[in-house]
Design a protein around this ligand. Structure first.
Ligand code: CP
Ligand code: NVA
Length: 320
């Protein structure tokens, strides 16, 4: 009998913290290959199931194109159309998908459901966003900064202005893993989760980077080498829209805030943007914006993630 497959998930940035430098290098190589028109079918014949409980433009498209570029196939599965939407358990869904496909990416409302899927699958599970993290996004964000800063993170500082939820959580972990300093400004009541902050601080001690939390956007912005924001109302938080719009007033990346940052500041946004709320048109469309490269880099980062998690798993896969 061949060895049992070694399954590796990407549920949290913590799962790939030590892989990030090589993952970013690989993503850059894959990007260069694609620009040269060269595609190598490293995942030929392999299938990725993509379960989405929420809408997506970038994540869905980048996974689908990534699998196609790598010679494999991706299946889009809306949770509404699956029996999952009629009460079939995550565990049973996981057992069945594990017999058909080689990996599954999952966009979930609840992190607990992500963990449940990872628990019951025998194939890699990739977090395509949940209420706690968005790890694939952060791989693309770090790739964007890596390109612009010639591969150097240490000595740079990123200022976050916005909500203390999924994107910031993964960013804190990712920045700390690669040695990037971060100052995160969030309104009172919207601070990042203390457990995630503690995990990021542990990574920051190892990389000798600094994490600071503040309630003041100007503190995050002043002298920053990058500024990053996300929507005030995340998917699933729509019932809190009015309260959030009140709490986040002032947490906008606009020209006045950009003027406090480094003259070469890069402005990031994971997108979709709510123009006029967390970011102004003039900044998102302006000379400092790296948001469009950042969106494109979802594709190249996704490929590196798929190679890392899926290719080694498949090599050891045998009869069940
Ligand atoms: N940034 C991001 O995850 O975008 P989508 O919701 O369009 O996938
Ligand atoms: N924080 C946002 C990110 C969207 C990509 C959300 O969860 O809706």
């Amino acid at each position: 009998m061949p060895d049992a497959p070694v399954k590796r998930d990407l549920v949290s940035v913590q799962d790939i913290a030590s892989d990030l430098p090589s993952l970013l290098k690989r993503a850059s190589e894959l990007k260069a290959e694609r620009k040269r028109g060269k595609l190598t079918p490293r995942l030929a014949g392999k299938n990725l199931a993509m379960i989405f409980e929420k809408p997506s433009t970038r994540t869905r498209t980048s996974f689908e194109v990534a699998m196609n570029d790598l010679g494999g196939h991706a299946l889009y599965l809306s949770s509404k159309d699956l029996q999952l939407g009629r009460g079939e358990t995550i565990a049973d869904t996981a057992r069945v998908l594990s017999r058909f496909v080689d990996a599954v990416c999952y966009r979930a409302f609840r992190h607990a459901d992500m963990l449940e899927l990872a628990r019951w699958t025998t194939i890699p599970v990739i977090n395509a966003l949940d209420d706690l993290e968005h790890p694939c996004q952060i791989a693309a964000d770090l790739l964007t900064l890596h390109e612009r800063w010639g591969g150097r993170f240490s000595g740079h500082r990123l200022g976050w202005v916005g909500d203390g939820n999924n994107v910031l959580h993964s960013l804190l972990l990712g920045a700390a893993a690669v040695g990037l300093d971060i100052t995160a400004a969030t309104p009172a009541g919207y601070r990042p989760d203390a457990t995630v902050v503690a995990a990021a601080e542990k990574l920051a001690r190892a990389s000798k980077s600094r994490i600071a939390l503040t309630g003041e956007p100007r503190v995050a912005a002043t002298g920053a080498d990058a500024l990053y924001t996300d929507v005030w109302v995340s998917m699933g938080d729509e019932a809190e829209q009015a309260a959030r719009e009140a709490a986040f007033r002032g947490f906008q990346i606009n020209e006045a805030l950009v003027a406090l940052a480094s003259p070469d500041v890069l402005v990031l946004h994971d997108l979709p943007a709510h123009r006029g709320q967390e970011i102004t048109d003039s900044v998102l469309d302006g000379p400092h914006s790296a948001a469009w490269d950042q969106a494109e880099n979802r594709l190249h980062a996704q490929k590196a993630i798929l190679e890392l998690l899926v290719a080694p798993h498949l090599r050891s896969r045998g009869p069940r």
